[in-house]
Design a protein around this ligand. Structure first.
Ligand SMILES: Cc1cc2nc3c(=O)[nH]c(=O)nc-3n(C[C@H](O)[C@H](O)[C@H](O)COP(=O)(O)OP(=O)(O)OC[C@H]3O[C@@H](n4cnc5c(N)ncnc54)[C@H](O)[C@@H]3O)c2cc1C
Length: 492
């Protein structure tokens, strides 16, 4: 494809694109509107941006070259992995989109060191599959795993359903390779469990959402592959009994407890109403449900007995109203499907005001009760759909619009509910951005709730590493007056 300047691109940008095309190949510099279009929006359709081109480098050297050229001309660069991010972090507002999909090699699987070295554009699913092929587990697991890329996972410090046992992406990365806006490449691709040689640079880039450097490769931690697994679905009277059950299961199962996912009755009803090939897991209705999973690397681990004993005691104590344990792989998959479809299907109930928050696990039940009560009191007919990673203290506190209300009018109320939910989170010493990141949608909220010293240090780091402010400008933290506004959601 030619790199002739589109009508809107100034000559200087056309010259920049020519230089990039000369280095990476003209076929990898896309300027046709139809090629650019998918990169201007994010999944929820909350924002719509603009870009002059999408560039598709093949390796870290080409990425570094592009950054150096863009920095010289002061042209913004917005990195893209799978573009499954949910906070507007990948929406460009001018400049070029740097698409990492061609950095797609799995360079090494080292089963003795229990590590895998991968390039940034490999999808999470391919990494999981490569680990399993080597009889190992890469435990990061998200409903978007078929599309999201490890570079995006690292840039957002993704969470998912394995955090309870294995930690966030931050806990799964041993080494990184990062291209910097001055054209240098930091080679921190080391698979060490111990390295106390000064500042931990990798943790600076993990979760920085493309604002400090471009992740081009990583060394990931692998774990023994699970050989036995048991999954249960329970019905409870609300968040407090769920928390007590969580404590008992964790006490009995220790590290074998790998997931404790929560969903309210409204959430299950959404999936049963809109999902395909889904089955009601329990005969009756309950105020809330939890999916509990135990796994072990031992083939003959007595997980079924353990689950039956703990849940049996919880039923006797009146904490669990009903429970079922999956009797086959298909039933396990069916239970997980109920949980995983919820994020996607909730949108079928109209406008959804979303909060991705965390509180200490000990406060999670109090948070759910208090925030639900406060939001329901604020708007008649509001339907709270609070679900997610209960065992991590992380809830997707989503609010579905009242039936029949105008969607846009409802989404206009986002700020009002932010204040209610985020104030409760702050009072409980929680976080307003648990796993999806800050991006654009929470940039201004961050200023309201984050320690001012931390905000100042973040600005200092941004200015030091990206003095021309070309890397994903205006996301996470704004350092210039012309940053794109964190538009109210729904106003595109
Ligand atoms: C159905 C669904 C379920 C989800 N579930 C979860 C979940 O359970 N937990 C969770 O944490 N997230 C979840 N997400 C959100 C999303 O999938 C994650 O944030 C994921 O890590 C993003 O990866 P990506 O490759 O799509 O990144 P993108 O969306 O392309 O980018 C995300 C951010 O990272 C930057 N970026 C991308 N690649 C790089 C790179 N190589 N170097 C530097 N910066 C880069 C982008 O500029 C952007 O700011 C879900 C999304 C969907 C659609």
């Amino acid at each position: 494809m030619s790199v002739s300047s589109p009508a809107s691109a100034p000559d200087a940008t056309a010259a920049l694109l020519e230089r990039i095309a000369a280095r990476i190949g003209a076929g990898y510099v896309l300027t046709e509107p139809t090629d650019i279009e998918p990169h201007l929006i994010e999944l929820r359709g909350l924002y719509r941006g603009a870009a002059t081109a999408v560039v598709r480098p093949k390796n870290a050297q080409e990425v570094a070259f592009i950054l150096e050229q863009c920095a010289a001309d002061g042209v913004p660069v917005v990195p893209h992995g799978g573009n499954t991010g949910l906070v507007g972090g990948g929406v460009p507002f001018g400049g070029i989109v740097l698409s990492l999909g061609r950095l797609n090699a799995i360079r090494e699987v080292d089963t003795v060191n229990s590590t895998m070295t991968v390039e940034a554009g490999v999808t999470l699913k391919l990494i999981q599959d490569a680990a399993l092929a080597a009889d190992r587990l890469f435990p990061l697991s998200l409903a978007s795993e078929g599309a999201c890329q490890i570079g995006g996972n690292i840039a957002t410090n993704a969470g998912g359903t394995g955090v309870l046992r294995y930690g966030n992406t931050r806990d799964l990365v041993l080494g990184l390779e990062v291209a910097l806006p001055d054209g240098r490449i930091w080679n921190g691709l080391r698979g060490l469990r111990k390295d106390n040689t000064g500042y931990d640079l990798k943790n600076l880039f993990i979760g920085s959402e493309g604002t400090l450097g471009i992740v081009t490769a990583a060394v990931l931690k692998l774990f023994p592959a699970p050989k036995s697994q048991v999954t249960a679905f329970i019905g409870v009277a609300g968040p407090h009994p769920a928390l007590t059950v969580f404590e008992s299961v964790r006490e009995a199962a220790g590290d074998q407890l790998t997931a404790f996912e929560f969903m309210p009755r409204f959430g299950l009803e959404i999936v049963l109403k809109h999902g395909q090939d889904v089955q009601r897991p329990l005969a009756g209705d309950h105020a809330a449900y939890a999916l509990i999973e135990l796994t072990s690397p031992q083939a003959d681990a007595p997980l079924q007995d353990l689950m039956e004993t703990v849940l049996g005691a919880a039923i006797e104590d009146g904490l669990v109203e009903d429970a079922t344990i999956a009797a086959s792989g298909a039933q396990m998959a069916g239970m997980w499907k109920l949980r995983e479809l919820l994020s996607e299907l909730q949108g079928r109930e109209g406008g959804s005001i979303k909060h991705d928050v965390a509180v200490p696990v000990s406060r999670i039940a109090d948070f759910l009760v208090e925030a639900t009560r406060a939001c329901e009191a604020e708007m008649e007919g509001l339907r709270v759909c609070a679900f997610g990673h209960f065992g991590d203290g992380n809830i997707h506190f989503n609010l579905s619009q009242p039936v029949g209300m105008d969607k846009a009018a409802y989404l206009d109320q986002w700020e009002r509910f932010n204040r209610i939910v985020h104030d409760i989170v702050a009072r409980m010493d929680g976080s307003i951005a648990a796993e999806h990141g800050v991006g654009l949608i929470k940039r201004d909220e961050l200023l309201r709730y984050k320690d001012p010293v931390a905000v100042d240090l973040m600005r200092t780091l941004k200015r030091a590493l990206d003095p021309k402010n070309i890397l994903n400008p205006g996301k996470v933290i704004a350092v210039s007056q012309d940053a794109p506004p964190a538009l109210p959601p729904g106003k595109t």
